[in-house]
Design a binder for this molecule. Structure first.
Ligand code: NAG
Ligand code: NAG
Ligand code: NAG
Ligand code: NAG
Ligand code: NAG
Length: 500
């Protein structure tokens, strides 16, 4: 149901005063994709209806070239990420630190502007501007990730039932698809509520999330190869039996999927007022199409890392396109009588694999391409990072199907990554921050011949599963979207069609 024009105008005015859609790099971006988004200190309080209207706009059913990470619908992760920093009273250093959030020190921007709040902290004052349909007060964050994309219009406040480690079941008050907003993403919902504390699992008063389940009767759906399917009853039990502040229990990679690089489904342009500060950020936007770097038979690929919770170098500082070699290498091998092992380590270097060559170009699904990257760089803070890789031919590319991504090998000098509860660069002594990612060896799954993706696009009362038709429908909806009301800010004068 399309909301009334007056409701949209009031919402637009409210969003303007909360600086939600400030998309100018370098200026004080307030909201940004949550978690960790949300948050100018100004602005009035939204009504329940305004929050719901905005949530419905975020939850439009637009899935375009979105990956299937398994042959069956399942929950791949569902553990508590961090506590207490969503819905702080104000975004200043003292208030955030009082809530045991972190605040980065000595951040200067090469453009001379004051640092955007988002590069200083992952705490947020509010999350309704990211489509979470709630007001938050010192809430904790819980991403729940599925093997198939979520049908966003079926997201509702009670969709996920959480079992806490003390046995109590509850339904967190905030749920949304942000920051997994791109049309080829949308596999994770993020929930905010009171679900834990920072005591170690060995402490009798420790509280964290033990299991998550899609609530029976909630109508929550995923989309697979044959269309939408009910996800009710899908369950995930916390495999470690520990919380995010216990060592070894940081965010982890669930899948590493290798596809040909494509721009289809990149972008978050609907709703038009969502922050665009980190977009475009796909492999083509950052590095272009394949450019014969490894010869005329070569190809450019996207190795998509799909992980359980935001991954940044310290919990706040953005992951940057040039960061591959800090955290990862690829371990490949060939066997023509003698097994040969190849460590693919440095971006821009060619590695011989079998009879051909491969090269890591750089990372994508970060933020925008820039001439240089400083501490004020912002990314999309979601559940995906792409390694862009060139191969000299398809046969050599396919050899990566028996390779692994070696991630966060701190034992070999590589650095881990943190979810938004991480320590920043200036942690307060005595405060406990969420744990780093454990080191992992993740098998690469090949999707070069069969891309294993789906499209399900419902706009203006019409539904299609054809990527070309969906792309056209999106372009039309974007063309009809309201004009920019202020530099860098689009306003929702005419809403994009609400979900069917
Ligand atoms: C927002 O939350 C309210 C109150 O729980 C609920 O009635 C409404 O359906 C929700 N809207 C959306 C789009 O989830
Ligand atoms: C912050 O952490 C300290 C040290 O663990 C603890 O004593 C304090 O209660 C925490 N404050 C909040 C608001 O959680
Ligand atoms: C478990 O913890 C939650 C959150 O603190 C609390 O509301 C609930 O009553 C507790 N349950 C039990 C059985 O102690
Ligand atoms: C091809 O693109 C990569 C990534 O942008 C770049 O490093 C390389 O110099 C380019 N090579 C050629 C031959 O243009
Ligand atoms: C910030 O700068 C001050 C002054 O140079 C220095 O004492 C402090 O250690 C720095 N903090 C961090 C986290 O770099």
């Amino acid at each position: 149901m399309a909301p009334s024009r007056s409701l949209w105008l009031s919402l637009a005015a409210l969003l303007a005063t909360t600086e939600v859609c400030n998309a100018q790099p370098g200026s004080a971006q307030a909201s940004g994709p949550a978690p960790g988004g949300g948050g100018g200190s100004g602005g009035g309080a939204p009504t329940q209806q305004q929050m719901s209207t905005l949530a419905a706009a975020f939850n439009q059913d637009i899935l375009l070239n979105s990956d299937l990470y398994s042959p069956v619908p399942e929950i791949l992760s569902g553990a508590l990420g961090f506590t207490n920093i969503i819905g702080v009273a104000n975004l200043d250093r003292d208030t955030v630190r009082a809530a045991n959030g972190t605040w980065r020190a000595n951040v200067t921007c090469t453009n001379g502007q004051p640092p955007p709040t988002r590069v200083l902290t992952s705490a947020a004052t509010m999350v309704w501007t990211g489509g979470f349909n709630c007001t938050a007060k010192n809430y904790d964050g819980l991403p729940v990730c599925f093997s198939w994309p979520v049908l966003p219009s079926t997201i509702s406040p009670g969709a996920i039932t959480v079992t806490l480690s003390n046995g109590t079941k509850m339904q967190p008050p905030c749920i949304g698809i942000s920051p997994n907003l791109e049309f080829n993403e949308r596999h994770c919902v993020v929930l905010f509520g009171k679900m834990g504390n920072r005591l170690p699992a060995s402490d009798p008063n420790s509280l964290f999330v033990s299991a998550v389940e899609v609530t029976k009767g909630s109508g929550f759906k995923l989309v697979g190869p044959k269309g939408s399917v009910s996800a009710e009853g899908l369950k995930f039990t916390n495999p470690s039996g520990k919380g995010p502040y216990d060592s070894g229990n940081g965010p982890y990679i669930m899948r590493a999927k290798l596809s040909e690089l494509s721009g289809v489904g990149e972008g978050i342009s609907l709703p038009p007022f969502a922050s665009q500060v980190a977009f475009p950020n796909d492999g083509i936007a950052l590095y272009g199409d394949y450019n014969n770097s490894l010869g005329p038979d070569g190809l450019r690929m996207r190795l998509r890392l799909f992980y359980s919770g935001g991954m940044t170098p310290d919990g706040v500082k953005a992951f940057q396109p040039e960061d591959f070699a800090e955290h990862f290498y690829i371990l490949a091998s060939t066997d023509d009588g003698v097994v040969q092992t190849v460590r693919i380590e440095m971006p821009g270097e060619e590695y011989t694999l079998g009879g051909g060559t491969v090269m890591v170009v750089g990372m994508a699904d970060t933020g925008r391409k820039q001439e240089e990257y400083d501490d004020c760089y912002q990314e999309d803070y979601d559940n995906y990072l792409d390694v862009i890789i060139d191969a000299s031919d398809r046969w050599t590319a396919a050899l990566l199907g028996s390779a692994t991504v070696e991630a966060f090998r701190t034992d070999e000098g590589y650095a881990p990554l943190y979810n938004p509860g991480g320590p920043g660069n200036d942690p307060v002594p005595g405060v406990v921050y969420s744990s780093p990612s454990p080191h992992q060896s993740v098998p690469i799954s090949l999707a070069l011949d069969d891309p294993a993706t789906i499209t399900y696009c419902s706009l203006g009362g019409k539904t299609t599963r054809d990527p070309k038709v969906c792309t056209q429908m999106l372009a039309a909806a974007q063309a009809a979207a309201p004009p920019m009301a202020a530099p860098g800010m689009a306003m929702p004068g005419t809403p994009a069609p609400a979900p069917a």
